[in-house]
Design a protein around this ligand. Structure first.
Ligand SMILES: *[C@@H]1O[C@H](CO)[C@@H](O)[C@H](O)[C@H]1NC(C)=O
Ligand SMILES: *[C@@H]1O[C@H](CO)[C@@H](O)[C@H](O)[C@H]1NC(C)=O
Ligand SMILES: *[C@@H]1O[C@H](CO)[C@@H](O)[C@H](O)[C@H]1NC(C)=O
Ligand SMILES: *[C@@H]1O[C@H](CO)[C@@H](O)[C@H](O)[C@H]1NC(C)=O
Ligand SMILES: *[C@@H]1O[C@H](CO)[C@@H](O)[C@H](O)[C@H]1NC(C)=O
Ligand SMILES: *[C@@H]1O[C@H](CO)[C@@H](O)[C@H](O)[C@H]1NC(C)=O
Ligand SMILES: *[C@@H]1O[C@H](CO)[C@@H](O)[C@H](O)[C@H]1NC(C)=O
Ligand SMILES: *[C@@H]1O[C@H](CO)[C@@H](O)[C@H](O)[C@H]1NC(C)=O
Length: 465
């Protein structure tokens, strides 16, 4: 065992670096100059409009959304796509999606458009709609998979028939002010840009047809814009230290005070000991241990000091000669199933991750700039769904890492620098609280008690003799 070597000497300067890094991270996540994620530098959602044919008063377009983000997906209730028409366009018909509001179509007689709003909002159709309303890659209730985890479901498309529009590539004016919401904020979209017309291969690939006109819109995510409270926190433990480092108090929110009148900003939570009676809709009267506020809330949470729906626990489990092993547990404290969850972990030893036993693992190093970050997700039909809070509400895996030259159990090195759950940054414990090695001070204590014991024994012996 090499853990008792003296590693405590330069802790202070290192910790101040960690503090500085944490501060930078904080500032970066709070005041980003633009939506840019260093862990996924090319992540974006690109919306492509292909004008497929002209009509008497406009065109038929195929609109496709591509989620190029490695680990950020769009969950139910799904995406909302909006824009402003540049002229007085209307949507005659849609296939594979629908406008949420028809708007004022009172000017029309006979044929009534699908939507007359100058700023339509489009949502996906739900699974199982009649075939006649579908289009390729549609009808998944707005769920969009991430590029690394679920590439087959990372694109969505719909067809739109636009009227009152131009009927040639010189008279069509591109829509403006694209917005993408999920349905909360978080994405900002750039302007539509005319690009090279798309090619569409025939099924046998021997012929390509070409769009009449194509434009692209790129949308990027920023956690700052999303302005969401954190949704997950991290706790630590290790084989060399008995104490567990819990999640930060108030990491996601502060635990409501039962004796105080409840503030509307406080989330509803239920005592974990009431697990079996955890309701799926907010109860109307509060008992001794369930806390209720008047406003309805979408889902319930177990009460905890951190009030996070998701807890990630990192346990440094075994030390081998050349390898070490950590165990990662994700616990759900939410009355909600997380389908296709994913975890992004940054740790300096991830350039040498050898095996992940029960999670799928992919290094996020596609661009060669980062080699310390990995993405994990569940194995299909085994643990790809993180079940709602309760005895089944957790997934776990052990990971085996080959020690690299920097390896140490000191200075909290064995703990990750950054963790994201479903693309949201998780709150780490304060840097000075990481499990520390049994250190010089405790060695001194052992030595002192040994000396005291020896003197006592000597005294007793002297008294007897
Ligand atoms: C969007 O993502 C794709 C795929 O990663 C990339 O090729 C493209 O350059 C990105 N676009 C922008 C504007 O960042
Ligand atoms: C419009 O289409 C014509 C014929 O395909 C092409 O020659 C022209 O360059 C296009 N103009 C623009 C602005 O794309
Ligand atoms: C787009 O948004 C800008 C700024 O919010 C606004 O001034 C402009 O009128 C909008 N364009 C359209 C076509 O609505
Ligand atoms: C437009 O988007 C499509 C789909 O992502 C992509 O293949 C194409 O390269 C993009 N064009 C430009 C000029 O970015
Ligand atoms: C809860 O609120 C009561 C009344 O305001 C206060 O006396 C008590 O200290 C609070 N308890 C906690 C844990 O904040
Ligand atoms: C979660 O999934 C399980 C299994 O598919 C299902 O029985 C349960 O009703 C789901 N719970 C919620 C809250 O959707
Ligand atoms: C990983 O990153 C470190 C630090 O930037 C660098 O020294 C090392 O050469 C990189 N390794 C690989 C395999 O790219
Ligand atoms: C892992 O680390 C060892 C020791 O530093 C090194 O020899 C080996 O090449 C590394 N493996 C990878 C995949 O980087």
């Amino acid at each position: 065992m090499e853990i008792s070597s003296s590693l405590e000497l330069d802790i202070k300067p290192r910790w101040s670096l960690v503090y500085l890094a944490a501060l930078c991270l904080f500032l970066c996540t709070c005041f980003p100059a633009e939506a840019f994620d260093p862990l996924d530098p090319n992540g974006n959602i690109t919306i492509k409009w292909d004008v497929m044919s002209w009509t008497a008063d406009g065109y038929v377009a195929l609109v496709t959304m591509f989620n190029y983000q490695q680990y950020r997906h769009i969950e139910a209730p799904g995406w909302n796509l909006g824009w402003h028409w540049a002229k007085k366009e209307v949507i005659w018909n849609m296939q594979g999606a629908q406008a949420t509001m028809q708007g004022d179509c009172s000017k029309f007689h006979g044929n009534i458009p699908h939507c007359c709003k100058p700023d339509p909002t489009i949502v996906d159709l739900l699974p199982g709609v009649p075939y006649s309303q579908q289009s390729a890659n549609c009808c998944r209730g707005g769920v969009l998979g991430s590029f690394a985890q679920d590439p087959a479901n990372s694109a969505a498309s719909f067809q739109v028939i636009v009227g009152n529009a131009g009927t040639s590539n010189t008279t069509v004016v591109l829509p403006k002010n694209f917005t993408l919401s999920t349905p909360g904020p978080g994405y900002t979209c750039g302007p539509a840009k005319k690009v090279k017309q798309s090619l569409f291969p025939s099924p046998d690939g021997r012929r390509h047809t070409q769009a009449l006109m194509t434009w692209n819109v790129t949308c990027a995510y920023s956690q700052f814009l999303a302005q969401r409270a954190p949704t997950c926190c991290v706790s630590f433990s290790s084989f060399y230290q008995e104490a567990i480092v819990p999640c930060r108090t108030c990491a996601c929110n502060c635990k409501p005070n039962i004796t105080q009148p409840l503030l509307s900003t406080q989330p509803l939570c239920v005592d974990p000991t009431d697990a079996l009676t955890m309701p799926t809709t907010p109860p109307l009267v509060n008992g001794a241990s369930s806390i209720i506020r008047n406003q309805p809330v979408p889902a319930l949470l177990y009460c905890s000091e951190d009030m996070c729906p998701i807890q990630i626990h990192w346990h440094v489990k075994v030390n081998y000669q050349q390898y070490w092993r950590a165990k990662v547990t994700i616990t759900n404290r939410h009355v909600k199933n997380y389908t296709l969850w994913n975890l992004v972990v940054q740790h300096p030893n991830f350039n040498n991750l050898t095996e992940s036993f029960s999670f799928t693992y992919k290094p996020l190093s596609a661009y060669g700039t980062i080699n310390d970050t990995a993405m994990f997700w569940g194995i299909k039909y085994y643990n790809d769904m993180l079940m709602a809070a309760g005895p089944e509400g957790n997934v776990q895996s052990e990971i085996l890492l080959q020690k690299d030259s920097r390896f140490t159990f000191g200075q909290g090195w064995a703990f990750p620098h950054r963790i994201l759950f479903n693309g949201d940054e998780c709150v780490l414990p304060p840097p000075d609280s990481y499990p520390s090695l049994p250190n010089a001070a405790s060695k001194l204590r052992v030595l002192t008690s040994f000396l005291v014991m020896s003197i006592l024994v000597l005294c007793v012996l002297a008294a007897i003799l």
